[in-house]
Design a binder for this molecule. Structure first.
Ligand code: AMP
Ligand code: TRP
Length: 340
C-alpha cells in the first residue's frame, strides 16, 4: 500500500518533562503550527506524559508541566478547533498498541537508539524498562493514527526510522498492508538548536545550566541577558554560509535568528555579514523578545484557568479516540486477539 491510500495526517508529541525551550519551539512547535495552517492535513498534537515518566517525574510537577505544555501549544498558535490536542495517557490506545509493538520490535533495535544510550548513560542496567522500550511507544503514538507525516527536530530522526521498521515488520509478519510508512518532516533553519553556552550540545530542558537555554516562560530581560551572554567567537559574522564552518556558536545564533524570522541562513547572512556580535546580539535579542514575549504572556493567561485547559484536553481525547479505537480494534483482529 502506498502513502496515498492513507488520509494525510500529522502527529507529533513533546514530553512534559520540564518547561518548553526555544529548541522545542523552533525545531517542533513552529512546524506544528505551519502544518496545521496549510490545511492539507488533519493534525494531532500530544503531550507525551507516558514518555516523560520513563525517567522519574515528581507527580505535582508533571501535572503542572503537562498543562503548561498545553498552554504553550495553544499560545504558539495550535488551535484546539483546527487540531486535535491531547494528553497521551488520556487516549489509552497509545499504550495498548505499544504493547503489540513491544512484541514486534527487537531488543537489538532498541539497544542501538542513541537517545537511549544518552539518557541511560553508564548506568543502563539501572534505567527503567520503559526508557528502553520508549521508541515502541513512540511508534504506537504515530501509527495508532495511521499518521503519514511527523514534524520533529533532528534528534528524533532515528526514532522515526525505527517507526518505519516496526510498521514494515508488522505488515510483513502478518501479511497485511495496514500501517503506513510515516514520513519525517525535519525542516527549517533551526532543526537543531544548540546550547547558548556550548555549541556542541543540544539546547535542552534537562541541561543543569539555565543560561544554556531560552525557556518559553522567560521574560524579556532574561531573554536579552541570556543572548548577550551567549558564547561566541571574536570574529565578525560572514556574509556566506561557508564562513560559519567550524564556528558552532556563531552558526547557532544565526540559525536561531533565521528560525525566528522565517528566513534562510543565507538571507540572514546577506543582511548581517560583516557585523560584530556586539551589534548582532542586541538585534537577535530584540527579535527573540518580539516573537516570544507574546507567547509567554498568553501562556500565563491560559495557565490562570487550568480547568479550561483540562476541558480542552478532554474534548481532544474524545476526538482522538474516534480515530484510534477502530485502528486498535483492527490491529487486534489482525494479531488474533479475540473478544475485543
Ligand atoms: P522533547 O523536548 O525531547 O520532547 O522534544 C520535543 C520536540 O522538540 C522534538 O521534535 C525534538 O526534536 C524537538 N527539539 C527538542 N530540543 C530541540 C533542539 N535543541 N533543537 C531542535 N529541536 C528540538
Ligand atoms: N520522542 C520525542 C522526543 O523526545 C517525543 C515523542 C513521543 C514524539 N512520541 C512522539 C515525537 C511521536 C513525534 C511523534 O522529542
Amino acid at each position: 500500500m502506498t502513502q496515498s491510500n492513507f488520509t494525510p495526517r500529522v502527529f507529533s508529541g513533546i514530553q512534559p518533562s520540564g518547561g518548553l525551550t526555544l529548541g522545542n519551539y523552533l525545531g517542533a512547535i513552529k512546524r506544528f503550527v505551519d502544518m496545521q495552517n496549510v490545511g492539507d492535513f488533519e493534525t494531532v498534537y500530544c503531550m507525551v506524559d507516558l514518555h516523560a515518566i520513563t525517567v522519574w517525574q515528581d507527580p505535582e510537577k508533571l501535572r503542572h508541566n503537562t498543562r503548561e505544555l498545553a498552554a504553550g501549544f495553544i499560545a504558539s498558535g495550535i488551535s484546539p478547533e483546527k487540531s486535535i490536542l491531547i494528553n497521551q495517557s488520556a487516549v489509552p490506545e497509545h499504550a495498548q498498541l505499544a504493547w503489540i509493538f513491544n512484541c514486534v520490535a527487537r531488543m537489538g533495535w532498541m539497544g542501538r537508539m542513541t537517545q537511549f544510550k544518552d539518557k541511560a548513560g553508564k548506568n543502563a542496567e539501572n534505567s527503567s524498562l520503559g526508557l528502553f522500550g520508549y521508541p515502541a511507544l513512540m511508534a504506537a503514538d504515530i501509527l495508532v493514527y495511521h499518521a503519514t507525516h511527523v514534524p520533529v527536530g533532528e534528534d528524533q530522526k532515528q526514532h522515526l526510522e525505527l517507526t518505519r521498521d516496526i510498521a514494515t515488520k508488522f505488515n510483513h509478519d502478518y501479511g497485511v498492508d495496514f500501517f503506513p510508512l510515516t514520513e519525517p518532516v525535519i525542516e527549517g533553519a533551526a532543526t537543531r538548536v544548540m546550547s547558548l553556552r556550548d555549541g556542541s550540545k543540544k539546547m535542552s530542558k534537562s541541561d543543569p545550566s539555565d543560561a544554556s537555554r531560552i525557556n518559553m516562560t522567560d521574560d524579556a530581560d532574561t531573554i536579552a541577558k541570556k543572548i548577550r551572554k551567549a558564547k561566541t567567537d571574536p570574529d565578525a559574522l560572514p556574509s556566506e554560509i561557508e564562513g560559519l564552518k567550524d564556528r558552532p556558536e556563531a552558526r547557532n545564533l544565526v540559525n536561531i535568528y533565521a528560525g525566528l524570522n522565517d528566513q534562510t541562513v543565507e538571507q540572514v547572512l546577506a543582511d548581517v555579514g560583516g557585523q560584530q556580535f556586539g551589534t548582532f546580539k542586541p538585534a537577535l535579542a530584540e527579535l527573540a523578545v518580539a516573537k516570544l514575549a507574546p507567547i509567554s504572556s498568553d501562556m500565563a493567561r491560559l495557565m490562570s484557568d487550568p480547568t479550561e485547559i483540562d476541558r480542552l484536553l478532554a474534548k481532544g481525547a474524545l476526538q482522538a479516540r474516534e480515530i484510534t479505537a477502530p485502528i486498535l480494534k483492527k490491529t487486534y483482529e489482525i494479531v488474533g486477539l479475540v473478544g475485543n
